[in-house]
Design a protein around this ligand. Structure first.
Ligand code: ADP
Ligand code: MG
Length: 323
């Protein structure tokens, strides 16, 4: 079972940033309004996520680390119709199998919280602890028992940049949550939790970017697209500054990128790309689910329609502003 968990862990947990993504998504699903992420040495020493969400009841704490023990949807027939971000019940057992976990958690209907310590998925300690309602999840020594995996970790700078990339993408999509990212005791990113996406973008990327954004808001053929894109005088040399979300879920999609490029055709110098934060809402039946969820890649059953709506939505937005 522990080997099975280590193997399965490889599919969900590739690096510290995957741990951050899974833990933060759990905090979001738990209804948190404040989430703090603290990483040390690019996450290889430790990753800690503290939230003020609903917490986990004492009787459910150990079960949460069993495979497929999700408290969320049970028949995950269509991942893009599910409201919560988590649905498979694989993250916690996967993380626990390849690290040392210290979980502290308390629900509103309990007087004391629970502390659970695991090493390589084995329980080392389980006891009461006084704490506020919420969850404090500490992951230490990631891949300490899987040397082959540990070897693949990159430099602290690279791992941190992956973490902050994931963190920023999630923070922009959840502006109602006050989110903080700290590395080696120093503040990296923080959002105010006002509920306004522009406030989140402002606090992460700064005034200069916000002043050069236009708002996209467009719907056609039951495909809705909204968000913010840069005016054509502001651009980057790569597409990595483009964030796409489909039905609330952060995704990668060459199709959506192409829809963006099409909208800026002839407006940008060659090989230059806008910065975009784009949200697409579409009937879940038109999203292909046979793509590995941890890789965030998706396909659409009517790609030309989705691409066209993205292009038209951006074109319309760009016409509203002089630049
Ligand atoms: P999933 O998110 O797919 O349900 P996970 O393995 O990520 O599966 O988490 C297992 C369960 O542990 C969740 O369904 C949830 O009940 C509980 N859980 C995990 N993290 C938190 C948290 N921060 N706050 C409250 N409950 C949590
Ligand atoms: Mg989860």
């Amino acid at each position: 079972e522990s080997v099975a968990n280590q193997i399965a862990a490889g599919e969900v947990i590739e690096r510290p940033a995957s741990v951050v993504k899974e833990l933060v998504e759990n905090s979001i699903d738990a209804g948190s309004t404040r989430i703090q992420v603290e990483v040390v040495n690019g996450g290889r020493t430790s990753i800690r996520v503290i939230d003020n969400g609903e917490g986990i009841n004492r009787e459910d704490v150990v079960i949460a680390f069993e495979r497929h023990a999700t408290s969320k949807i049970r028949e995950a027939t269509d991942l893009f119709s599910i409201r919560t971000l988590g649905f498979r019940g694989e993250a916690l057992p996967s993380i626990a199998a390849v690290s040392k976990v210290t979980l502290k958690t308390r629900t509103a209907n309990e007087k004391v919280g629970t502390l659970l310590k695991l090493e390589g998925g084995e329980i080392k300690d389980l006891r009461d602890i006084g704490m506020a309602v919420g969850t404090d999840f500490l992951v230490e020594d990631l891949f300490y028992n899987t040397p082959a995996r540990y070897k693949y970790l990159k430099t602290t700078t690279t791992e941190l940049s992956q973490i902050s990339d994931i963190f920023n993408r999630i923070a922009v999509a959840e502006p109602q949550i006050a989110m903080t990212l700290i590395h080696n005791g120093r503040l990296v990113s923080r959002t105010p939790g006002t509920g306004r996406m522009l406030d989140a973008i402002l606090s992460i990327f700064g005034r200069e970017l916000v002043d050069n954004l236009v708002e996209v808001d467009y719907e056609e053929n039951y495909v809705k697209v909204w968000g913010y894109v840069t005016i054509p005088t502001v651009y980057r040399s790569s597409r990595k500054h483009q964030s796409f979300y489909v039905n609330g879920r952060f995704v990668r999609s060459t199709l959506l990128s192409r829809g963006v490029s099409e909208a800026y055709y002839n407006l940008l110098p060659p090989n230059r790309h806008p910065i975009v934060f784009l949200f697409v809402k579409i009937n879940p039946v038109h999203v292909d689910v046979n793509v590995h969820p941890a890789k965030f890649e998706i396909r659409f059953s009517r790609p030309e329609i989705v691409m066209d709506v993205v292009t038209k939505g951006i074109r319309k937005a760009l016409q509203t502003k002089n630049y």
